[in-house]
Design a protein around this ligand. Structure first.
Ligand code: C5P
Length: 217
């Protein structure tokens, strides 16, 4: 599968930032699949759904419209929800939504359709292992949990949001565990993915490294 770059990894490893930069430089569309699970979660919170009610979550995922614009912003039923999907409430519940098989099936189908229509850099948890198994370029991006929590903390502070390092680290650790232990499409390293540990690397360094690998250097 040409013109497709697939990137997986745990939360806070820099996937979205790296994928966005890479897409800009390659002239590809960036698809942040985490944003799609977040959009379903946000919609569920708005409706006051019970996150243990799998059937209601699947019904909801089936009834909503999720779109991206060229800038990578996400729209839920036509409304830009790029900010709303980053709330603490969504952070708390998104891994529960993402563990529901029926919800995953709906979103994976959409992701596969988008990859068939565009040149894409797609990032998430199961892109290399489930969604785009035939992708020519596969990467697994990771970093130590301390560094991942530190980056999220700095990111929130830069946006003048209240941030507590310990809470952020706990939330990331809990999501890591839920995402890698779940029954359906758990986070794992694909056999044919290149693993990049970004703990001591800058964004530019990671982007250059990935570009060099893609270019076959
Ligand atoms: O990447 P981000 O942290 O925004 O993803 C939010 C959550 O969405 C993850 O913790 C995971 O539970 C879920 N997710 C997933 N599969 C993907 C992308 C995200 O299960 N491909």
């Amino acid at each position: 599968m040409d013109n497709v770059v697939a990137i997986d990894g745990p939360g806070g490893a820099g996937k979205s930032t790296i994928a966005r930069r890479l897409a800009e430089e390659l002239g590809y569309l960036h698809l942040d699949t985490g944003a799609m699970y977040r959009a379903v979660t946000y919609a569920a919170l708005q409706k006051g759904l019970d996150f243990n009610d799998n059937e209601a979550l699947v019904k909801l995922a089936n009834s909503i419209e999720i779109d991206f614009n060229q800038a990578g912003e996400i729209f839920l039923n036509g409304k830009n929800v790029s900010q709303e999907i980053r709330s603490p409430e969504v952070n708390q519940n998104v891994s529960k939504t993402a563990a529901v098989k029926g919800v995953r099936e709906i979103l994976v189908e959409k992701q596969q359709e988008l990859a068939a229509q565009h040149k894409v850099v797609m990032d998430g948890r199961d892109i290399t292992t489930v969604v785009l198994t035939e992708a020519e370029h596969k990467f697994y991006l990771t970093a130590s949990i301390e560094e991942r929590a530190r980056r999220r903390f700095e990111e929130m502070k830069a946006k003048n949001k209240e941030a507590n390092y310990k809470e952020i680290k706990e939330n990331i650790a809990r999501r890591d565990e839920l995402d890698s232990q779940r029954e359906h499409s758990p986070l794992k390293i694909a056999d044919d993915a290149v693993v990049i540990d970004s703990t001591d690397l800058s964004i530019e360094e990671v982007v250059s490294k990935i570009k060099a690998i893609i270019a076959g250097e």
